[in-house]
Design a protein around this ligand. Structure first.
Ligand SMILES: [Cu+2]
Length: 191
């Protein structure tokens, strides 16, 4: 292998290393932020309790609700006056009446089973039950995932590739120059 061949070989290495540094281009993928749809979870309901046709019973006489839900005691034009009083005084519709529209909302922490009565008609069984369930656990705020930081790594590795390429270029140029000089010298010595 003569000096000319070595020079061509070195130039080939040079070109390959330069093209290699540009080859690494990674598509940027930006992760979408997790959508928060708490709207559905926060919906509270209103349950209506009234008086049935016998006029001596609540209907429905037993309901199951969730914290933040409301119970509306609602009746009109009854033959007898009624009220709805929780046994421990949590809620109380007030004086007995033939027309009542009273709403109580169960706050967070008020889960449990509650019994309420119509005061004048408790003895004949005008008693109701409300079961209040706690809010589901999954109503906590969803964890916010930080953005992928790989984007910052890519420009750095490109820069490093460029520096390496530049180094190879310097070495190749220097070496080929040295070989050229040596070649000229050896030629002149032989002449
Ligand atoms: Cu009653």
């Amino acid at each position: 292998m003569n000096n000319r061949c070595i020079q061509i070989f070195l130039m080939t290495i040079l070109l390959v290393s330069l093209s290699g540094s540009n080859a690494e281009q990674v598509e940027e993928t930006r992760s979408q932020e997790a959508e928060t749809s708490l709207q559905d979870l926060n919906e509270s309901e209103i349950f209506v309790v009234t008086v049935d046709s016998t006029n001596l019973r609540f209907t429905p006489d037993s309901i199951t609700v969730t914290e933040k839900d409301s119970v509306r005691f609602f009746w009109t034009n009854q033959l007898l006056p009624h009220n709805a009083v929780e046994r421990n005084g949590l809620f109380d519709s007030g004086e007995t009446a033939r027309n009542v529209d009273y709403t109580y909302t169960f706050e967070v922490g008020e889960n449990g089973t509650y019994e309420y009565i119509c005061e004048p008609h408790e003895a004949v069984g005008m008693i109701g039950t409300i079961i209040v369930e706690p809010l589901p656990e999954n109503q906590e705020e969803p964890e916010i995932v930080p953005d992928d930081e790989d984007e910052m790594v890519e420009p750095q590795s490109s820069a490093i590739n460029s520096v390496i390429s530049l180094g190879l270029v310097s070495i190749a140029v220097g070496l080929s120059g040295f070989l050229t000089v040596a070649s000229i010298r050896s030629t002149s010595v032989h002449e």
